[in-house]
Design a protein around this ligand. Structure first.
Ligand code: SF4
Length: 368
């Protein structure tokens, strides 16, 4: 293959992060784990069986684990090495708790098809929420999960119930492994009152293009400036790949959205976000049925996240200075640091203005 290791360095670089999934032409290969763990029960499901055979054939080490919540034996001499290796480890198990988490403002519930992600976005909240379990978990009891979703839909009838499948993972990034997202899309296509949405930074959308979505799934791409993608989103598809994928998704008739997140202020941010919108306008081919939407999210961090980010990405370009931020109280009284009011307003005005200038027929769903 023409795959080649690209070394990312940050401007103040001491250590390098090697990302080997990126190939020379800028396209990215789908993720292949270094090691796979199976819960014994997962082998009683067709998906579990298929996966164990698949990885054995590829000569990828296959192990057993009693629970996907407690995986032992991921190699690494230091916490950092273990973290990096965990992000290259797949765990196949059963989703036992079928109580779905709320996911406002984008949806009523999170749809738990997978947990964890192989990419290395420095700001990713999974670093905090997954704690010491950053490995990638996929669940084989998809029928149970979808049956539960159906109950949640029925409870709220005649209201529409929206599910977000990307709250605990980049679900498109693992779809080539499980095919579960396609099943969820087709399931939701049949639900009068159910809607699905998810967001991705990956370009691997081909298997989803012929899904019978019936307009009930909103396919969203996370977009950002070249600076943010280059320095803060290692291991994800570049903007070109995401734009090409968005065009395929639009052609397949999905409702389409973009999440501009996290919006970060740095020297030249205003121009860079304008360049992003210019490029998107030039490249994107869409129709009214795609019902284009934008969601805008400014960068935020918690003190817990800051500590973890500084350990895992010691040379990060992500600025986290409390003196430059304002406190915002989240759920359970958790404190997040956002931009001060005036600066946040400037972000909101600037990016909303860009949406209106370049995509006058699109809708801004929210700024937060
Ligand atoms: Fe986190 Fe999404 Fe980046 Fe994966 S792609 S590391 S889920 S922000």
């Amino acid at each position: 293959s023409n795959s080649k290791t690209i070394i990312y360095n940050t401007q103040t670089c001491v250590t390098f992060i090697a990302i080997d999934e990126i190939v020379e032409d800028g396209n990215m290969k789908p993720f292949v784990p270094d090691m796979v763990f199976f819960e014994p029960d997962s082998l009683n499901y067709p998906l579990g069986e298929t996966l164990v055979e698949h990885y054995r054939k590829l000569n990828i080490p296959v192990r057993q684990t009693t629970s996907h919540n407690q995986v032992r034996g991921i190699p690494g001499d230091t916490a950092l090495q273990q973290y990096r290796n965990a992000k290259r480890t797949l765990v196949v198990g059963l989703k036992k708790s079928l109580k779905f988490e709320p996911s406002l403002p984008s949806a009523e519930y999170a749809l738990p098809l997978a947990t964890g992600c192989m990419a290395h976005c420095h700001y990713c909240y999974l670093q905090t929420t997954l704690g010491k379990k950053p490995y990638i978990r996929v669940y084989v009891n998809v029928d149970d999960i979808l049956k539960r979703a159906e109950q949640y839909i029925q409870e709220r009838e005649p209201e529409i119930t929206r599910f977000d499948a990307s709250c605990t993972s980049d679900i498109v990034g693992v779809e080539h492994i499980t095919g579960s997202l396609k099943r969820a899309i087709e399931f939701m296509g049949k639900q009068t009152n159910g809607r699905l949405r998810f967001v991705t930074k990956f370009e691997h959308v081909d298997s989803l293009l012929d899904a019978e979505h019936n307009g009930h799934t909103r396919f969203r791409f996370s977009i950002n400036t070249d600076y943010v993608i280059k320095y803060l989103e290692p291991g994800t598809s570049r903007m070109d790949g995401r734009m090409a994928a968005a065009n395929k998704v639009a052609a397949a008739g999905y409702p389409l959205g973009f999440i501009v997140a996290p919006i970060i202020r740095y020297d030249g941010w205003m121009n860079d976000y304008e360049t992003l919108f210019q490029k998107l306008k030039e490249r994107l081919r869409y129709k009214p049925e795609n019902d284009l939407t934008f969601e805008l999210i400014q960068h935020r961090y918690t003190m817990t996240a800051k500590k973890i980010i500084q350990e895992r990405y010691p040379n990060t370009q992500l600025r986290m200075e409390e003196s430059e931020r304002q406190k915002k109280y989240g759920r359970y009284g958790r404190v997040k640091y956002v931009y001060p009011k005036m600066q946040a307003q400037e972000i909101k005005d600037h990016i909303t203005g860009l949406v209106h200038d370049y995509f006058p027929d699109a809708r801004v769903e929210y700024f937060t």
